[in-house]
Design a protein around this ligand. Structure first.
Ligand SMILES: Cc1cc2nc3c(=O)[nH]c(=O)nc-3n(C[C@H](O)[C@H](O)[C@H](O)COP(=O)(O)O)c2cc1C
Length: 400
């Protein structure tokens, strides 16, 4: 892989790093990019991305659970070469992490999903296109190629469900993730307080926030405020503004039952994953229904405030499913060490949502590739600290 967007990443000089380029010095980690995004985004957009359900208890829990995982370094091992390549679901990726689906991500920065999809394709990591993406699933596949996966909020109108599946199939998508942890529309206090809507309706408060964040405002004004490109064909002409948003959220909160999963399994010829599983019993049930794997996830703490952290459930879920079942985990992952932590616990692959969109909000399009490179460098460094030459060897740490 190439170096940072400015052409030169950290180059090694013995055990010292030579002076890093400006971008690295300003934003050495995802945490720095998160702060920069916070400075750049109007409060109503920031809160949409950042906040969790209620008081954010599950968001905090995700972070604390990861911090508790200790890994014992191993230095006296045979080789200093590390190889991050990962075979997963029949594809070879350059590292064991990918971009989770984020609906309305285009509000963070114009065309952020397209930027991330393009960078993911170049970097050979998966990009998951949300049903609620602000670019069409066809456009996102054009950007990411076979690295694009599609996430489905099951529409409760069968013709729409079939049309989405047909579009995804004919476009070339192989991996379909069916999200099951949004069985009903949720009341998110911050969005209600902010009068959050798509398209954005600028009342006095939002206008003031936009005026205080001119980079975001000019970028949006220049490139056009985003809309639901992916779902546009299904919105009746008579519905505008918030009515269209409510209509979409009503038709896409289809409760997913075992019977529906069985039907989707028959319908979808590619890989089928269920996203939003936290219980070992439901993980085993998904396995019995013939799906190829699950995403152990609490939706980044945005659904049930009392939900456990995925990190705390992986071991039990892995025991319930055995080793021959694909497990992806997400929630609170913010650096290469966190990726290693989840793989150590038994996940095969890791996803992140917010950090990728913060990076694009902070740096524009170049942020997409930049953050992926940071995660790769951090993960590679962590593998070296743990004496692992390959991603698979993280599993051997479990044996001591
Ligand atoms: C603003 C936002 C929008 C999201 N939209 C979707 C979505 O459309 N579909 C979905 O399955 N998950 C969605 N998620 C959940 C993510 O896919 C992922 O599970 C979560 O972000 C992981 O936590 P992290 O943000 O701490 O990395 C969303 C998350 C956020 C923060």
């Amino acid at each position: 892989m190439g170096d940072g967007p400015q052409g030169s990443g950290f180059s090694r000089c013995g055990f010292l790093n030579v002076m890093p380029p400006v971008l690295d010095r300003k934003h050495p980690s995802a945490a720095d990019l998160e702060q920069a995004a916070h400075r750049r985004l109007p409060e109503f957009v920031w809160e949409y991305l950042y906040c969790g359900m209620g008081h954010g208890d599950a968001v905090k829990r995700n972070r604390h659970a990861l911090d508790r995982i200790k890994l014992v370094p191993r230095h006296l091992v045979g080789s200093d070469e590390t190889d991050m390549r990962t075979e997963f679901l029949g594809q070879t990726f350059s590292a064991p992490f990918g971009v989770a689906p984020v609906g309305l991500g285009g509000l963070a920065w114009p065309h952020s999903a397209e930027s991330l999809a393009r960078a993911a394709g170049e970097q050979a990591i998966p990009f998951v296109a949300s049903t609620f993406a602000m670019a069409s699933l066809e456009t996102l596949y054009d950007c990411a190629g076979p690295c694009a996966w599609f996430q489905l909020y099951r529409p409760n109108v069968e013709t729409i469900e079939e049309d989405l599946l047909h579009r995804a199939e004919t476009t070339g998508y192989d991996v379909l993730l069916v999200t099951v942890d949004v069985p009903a529309p949720m009341r998110r206090d911050h969005d209600i307080r902010n009068g959050f809507s798509v398209p954005v309706r600028f009342d006095h408060r939002k206008l003031w926030q936009a005026a205080l964040h001119p980079q975001w405002t000019f970028a949006m004004a220049r490139e056009g405020f985003p809309s639901f490109q992916n779902l546009l064909p299904y919105i009746p002409n008579s519905l505008k503004g918030n009515d269209a948003l409510h209509y979409l959220s009503d038709i896409t909160t289809g409760h997913v039952t075992p019977g529906i999963l069985r039907r989707l399994r028959k319908r979808w010829n590619g890989k089928l994953l269920v996203k939003g599983v936290l219980s070992p019993r439901e993980a085993a049930m998904c396995q019995d229904l013939g799906v190829d794997g699950i995403v152990v996830s609490n939706h980044g703490g945005r659904q049930l405030a009392a939900a456990p952290a995925p990190c705390d459930m992986i071991r039990a879920i892995r025991s319930a499913t055995g080793s021959d079942f694909a497990l992806i985990a997400d929630g609170g992952v913010r650096n290469g060490l966190d990726i290693a932590r989840l793989l150590f616990l038994g996940a095969d692959f890791v996803m992140m949502g917010r950090p990728f969109y913060y990076a694009v909000a902070a740096l524009g399009h170049q942020g997409a590739r930049y953050i992926m490179e940071i995660f790769k460098k951090e993960f590679k460094g962590t593998l070296a600290q743990l004496g692992c030459r390959t991603v698979g060897e993280l599993g051997m740490l479990k044996a001591g």
